[in-house]
Design a protein around this ligand. Structure first.
Ligand SMILES: Cc1cc2nc3c(=O)[nH]c(=O)nc-3n(C[C@H](O)[C@H](O)[C@H](O)COP(=O)(O)OP(=O)(O)OC[C@H]3O[C@@H](n4cnc5c(N)ncnc54)[C@H](O)[C@@H]3O)c2cc1C
Length: 158
């Protein structure tokens, strides 16, 4: 049911997509928002084993939308270099489709927070990161996005 890319010659390989997922720090999560309006919200993430993990507050538009409908899409812009002379841009992006859920199980939630803290504070000791998780855990909502379809695309100019 997922569409093929019309300009297949501009498609990134699965390996290129994966390395973007590993180096990018944020993207835009698209959800089924209020009253049928899509809700596209920027958020930090970590990628591991075919899944993305997000964290945030337990209440709000984002968790409400996730509880309403697990179908989601996520977009990462890896490059956007405007080329005024050519009236174009050199771009590289990845789009994912999948299902998102709120993790309720403590070990799974904790493990995702470990992945996030390792990615975003690699300079800190394990003890420091664990202490931060301990502090933030109550009141933190962790979401898991399981990738079902992934495409990457680059501009014709590369
Ligand atoms: C690069 C980046 C990384 C981020 N990483 C995280 C993260 O890891 N965790 C996290 O919790 N938050 C992060 N944020 C903030 C995030 O975009 C949301 O504001 C936050 O997750 C709360 O979302 P909500 O829908 O529950 O908020 P709510 O306050 O419930 O949203 C209500 C309304 O406020 C408006 N709104 C909410 N967020 C934004 C926004 N970012 N910009 C403009 N309007 C907005 C929308 O109209 C929305 O309908 C990040 C933002 C950016 C730009």
């Amino acid at each position: 049911m997922f569409r093929p890319m019309r300009r297949a010659n501009q498609a990134l390989s699965a390996e290129e997509c994966k390395s973007i997922l590993e180096r990018a720090t944020s993207g835009v999560l698209a959800l089924h928002g209020d009253d049928g309006y899509p809700y596209a919200v920027p958020v930090s993430f970590v990628y591991a084993d075919g899944k993305l993990y997000f964290h945030g507050a337990e209440q709000g538009h984002r968790p409400d939308a996730v509880r309403r409908d697990p179908k989601a899409s996520f977009c990462i812009i890896d490059a956007d270099e405007v080329q005024p002379e050519d009236y174009t841009t050199r771009f590289r992006s990845v789009i994912l489709f999948g299902k998102i859920r709120i993790l309720e199980d403590k070990p799974a939630k904790w493990a995702a927070l470990e992945l996030l803290t390792r990615k975003f504070a690699p300079q800190h000791s394990e003890e420091r990161r664990q202490a931060q998780i301990e502090l933030e855990y109550p009141g933190t909502c962790v979401m898991e996005f399981t990738i079902e379809h992934m495409t990457g695309k680059k501009s014709r100019a590369g």
